[in-house]
Design a protein. Structure first.
Ligand code: NAD
Length: 355
C-alpha cells in the first residue's frame, strides 16, 4: 500500500520490480508518464542503504525525467531505472544482459541509457538483449557518452542565470564551485576554465580531484567546507538533495546551477528557502537536459552530435523564460519550469487524442 501511496502522490504510471537469482540483479524501473512517447531515462547503479531508498530514488528520478524531456521539446515521456548494489562487485556481462532482458520485456515502453555508475560499454551489453537502449558508443553507430552535452547545457544554463543576476552572462572572474568532478563535472570545469571563471572543485574521490587540479589548476575545497564557501555560483554535479535544511542557511552564493538531478531535497520547501535568501536557482531538470537531448537524437535517429549541442543552446532562453514566469506568478523557478513542462504535455496530449 505504501508503494501505491508513493505512486499516487507522484502520479506514476507503472513501477516494475526485477529480480534475477543467478546474477544477483535487483532493479526497479519507474515509468512516470508516457503521454509524449516512450519513457526515456538512464539506469543508475548505486549501493542503496535500503530497498525503500532505491524506490524513492527511482520514483523521484523518473518523475524528473518527464519534466526534463517535455521542457527540452523531446517527443518522449519520463522513466528511469535503478539497480541496487555495488557496481564493482556485481556488474558483469551476464548481469547487464539480464537487465537488458527486463528492459526488453517492456516492449519499448521504457528506453534506457547511462546514468551514475553506468557507461557506454555497459549499454553495449544491454543492447545484446534489447534495442530499447541508447547512449551507445560511436563505433556501434551511437552518439557516445552524453556527459559532455550535459555539461555544455549546464554551462549554458549557468550563463543565463548569470545574465539574470549580474546583467551580463560572462562568467569571467566569477567564483564557481563544482561539487563532483565525475563525467559531467570535469567537462563543466573545462568550459568554466576557458571562460576564465575562478573554478573551485570538491569530490570524495581524491584521485579525480587531483587529476582536475593538475589539468585545470582548480583549487580543491574539502567536502565539509563546500556549503559555507564564499562563492558566487554553486554547481552541484554529484548526487541529489544537497539543497536542504542544513545546507541552505550556510550558502553565501547568488546562484545555484548544476547538473545533479533532484538537488532540492523537498521541492515544496527548499525552492522557497533559496528565494528567501536571494539565491537564484536554475532548476536541475531544465539545465541538465543536454545529455537526454543527445541520447534521444540517437534513439529517434533524428539528429547528430552537432545538433544536440545546438538544441542544448535553447536551455539559455528556456531558463530565462522560467525565471520570468516565476517572478510574474510569484512562484519558485522549479514550479515555473514544471508548469511549462506540464503545459506542453497537456497540449501535445490533446493533439494526440484529436482525430
Ligand atoms: P559520476 O558518477 O561520473 O560523477 C559523480 C561524482 O560525484 C563522482 O566523482 C563522485 O566521486 C562524486 N561524489 C559523490 N558523492 C559526493 C559528495 N558527497 N561530495 C562530492 N563529490 C561526490 O556522475 P555524472 O555522470 O558526472 O553525473 C553527475 C550528476 O549529474 C548525477 O546526479 C547525474 O544524475 C546528473 N546527470 C548526469 C547526466 C549525464 O549525462 N551523465 C545527465 C543528467 C544528469
Amino acid at each position: 500500500m505504501a508503494i501505491f501511496n508513493q505512486m499516487t502522490s507522484m502520479e506514476h504510471e507503472q513501477v516494475v520490480f526485477c529480480y534475477d537469482k543467478p546474477t544477483g540483479l535487483k532493479s526497479i524501473i519507474g515509468i512516470h508518464n508516457t503521454v509524449l512517447g516512450p519513457a526515456l531515462g538512464g539506469t543508475r547503479m548505486w549501493n542503496y542503504a535500503s530497498d525503500s531508498e532505491a524506490l524513492t530514488d527511482v520514483l523521484r528520478l523518473s518523475r524528473g525525467m518527464t519534466f526534463k524531456n517535455a521542457l527540452a521539446g523531446l517527443n518522449i515521456g519520463g522513466g528511469k531505472a535503478v539497480i541496487i548494489g555495488d557496481p564493482r562487485q556485481l556488474k558483469n556481462e551476464a548481469f547487464l544482459r539480464r537487465f537488458g532482458r527486463f528492459v526488453e520485456s517492456l516492449n519499448g515502453k521504457y528506453v534506457t541509457a547511462e546514468d551514475v555508475s553506468m557507461s557506454t560499454a555497459d549499454m553495449v551489453y544491454i543492447n545484446m538483449e534489447t534495442s530499447h537502449v541508447t547512449g551507445l558508443p560511436e563505433y556501434m553507430g551511437g552518439m557516445g557518452d552524453p556527459s559532455p552535452v550535459t555539461a555544455y547545457g549546464t554551462y549554458v544554463g549557468m550563463k543565463a542565470a548569470a545574465k539574470r543576476v549580474y546583467g551580463a552572462d560572462s562568467l569571467e572572474g566569477k567564483k564557481v564551485l563544482v561539487q563532483g568532478v565525475g563525467n559531467v563535472g570535469q567537462y563543466l570545469v573545462d568550459h568554466l576554465t576557458k571562460e576564465n571563471a575562478k573554478v573551485f572543485v570538491s569530490d570524495i574521490n581524491e584521485e579525480k580531484l587531483n587529476e582536475v587540479n593538475k589539468k585545470y589548476g582548480a583549487e580543491i575545497i574539502a567536502p565539509k567546507d563546500v556549503y559555507s564557501f564564499d562563492m558566487d555560483i554553486y554547481a552541484p554535479c554529484a548526487l541529489g538533495a544537497t539543497l536542504n535544511d542544513d545546507t541552505i542557511p550556510q550558502l553565501k552564493c547568488q546562484i545555484v546551477a548544476g547538473a545533479a538531478n533532484n538537488q532540492l531535497k523537498d521541492e515544496n520547501v527548499h525552492g522557497a528557502e533559496l528565494i528567501k535568501r536571494g539565491i537564484v536557482y536554475a532548476p536541475d531538470f531544465l539545465i541538465n537536459a543536454g545529455g537526454v537531448i543527445n541520447v534521444y537524437m540517437e534513439y529517434a535517429k533524428s539528429g547528430h552530435s552537432k545538433m544536440a549541442y545546438e538544441q542544448s543552446d535553447k536551455i539559455y532562453d528556456t531558463l530565462l523564460e522560467a525565471l520570468d514566469r516565476a517572478e510574474r506568478e510569484n512562484i519558485t523557478p522549479q514550479e515555473a519550469a514544471m508548469k511549462m513542462a506540464v503545459d506542453r504535455i497537456e497540449k501535445i496530449g490533446k493533439v494526440k487524442l484529436s482525430y
